[in-house]
Design a binder for this molecule. Structure first.
Ligand code: ADP
Length: 221
């Protein structure tokens, strides 16, 4: 809040100047406005992280319908993408028992935020027209929820560090794509809180797959 209020005031003045300033000030004012939008995004994500760090443990008695959750994430991303990529949603069950495929336990809002971050990253780091898949697979050891893209990929030496705050492979590209360097740190936190882990497979120039592995909950063994 302390950071957000001055930024909101500044945004108001910038808008005023944009409407009233000389032509020659248009470009610098637009640049200033873009930077305030970026700062706002960083603040929002830092607040999300701080909330995750200080929040009480997630409520495991809360049952989440995977189908509904992934459809939410998918629909929001498709709307944002405006047809730039072929995005598909695939929910599969590799176990004979269908029950496993249908639910996760924990916080709907936190998991929505984590999967949404993975899907928007795929959109941002994948050239237009390529395929992106949001998927959930139920198997003997638990449930995998992930995002696969055919984007720029990541060199193996960066992979262990991707979930660090503000770590970026290519700072210029991240900035250009509206990145903050906080998305995967948020994903990692949410997964830790759900006793789940993140696995990243990637090859430069070919694409990446980010898998969230949810083990079976105690009563399912
Ligand atoms: P950012 O806001 O910069 O995207 P993230 O924490 O979400 O921050 O991701 C960290 C870095 O990981 C990114 O800057 C980018 O270099 C890399 N990255 C994340 N997702 C992908 C992806 N799907 N394809 C290629 N690189 C990715």
């Amino acid at each position: 809040h302390e950071l957000r209020t001055p930024l909101t005031v500044m945004t108001g003045y910038i808008e005023f100047l944009q409407h009233n300033a000389d032509e020659q000030l248009k470009v610098p004012l637009d640049k200033i406005q873009q930077q305030t939008v970026r700062m706002n995004k960083i603040i929002t994500e830092l607040i999300d992280l701080a909330k995750l760090e200080s929040a009480a443990a997630v409520d495991y008695t809360n049952v989440i319908d995977i189908n509904a959750l992934l459809n939410d994430v998918y629909n929001e991303a498709v709307a944002l993408d405006r047809g730039n990529h072929h995005i598909e949603l695939v929910i599969e069950n590799e176990t004979p028992d269908n029950v496993l495929a249908s639910h996760l336990n924990g916080s709907y809002e936190e998991l929505r935020m984590a999967f949404s971050n993975l899907l928007t990253n795929a959109i941002r780091y994948t050239p237009e027209g390529e395929d992106i898949k949001l998927f959930a697979t139920s198997h003997d050891a638990g449930i995998t929820v992930g995002v696969q893209d055919k984007g720029v990929g990541i060199n193996y030496e960066h992979i262990p560090r991707l979930t660090e705050r503000f770590y970026r492979v290519d700072e210029g590209r991240s900035r250009e794509q509206g990145g903050t360097g906080l998305g995967l740190a948020i994903v990692k936190h949410v997964l830790d809180r759900h006793n789940a882990s993140l696995h990243i497979l990637s090859e430069p120039g070919r694409g990446s797959t980010f898998c969230c592995e949810f083990p079976l909950s105690y009563e399912e063994y």
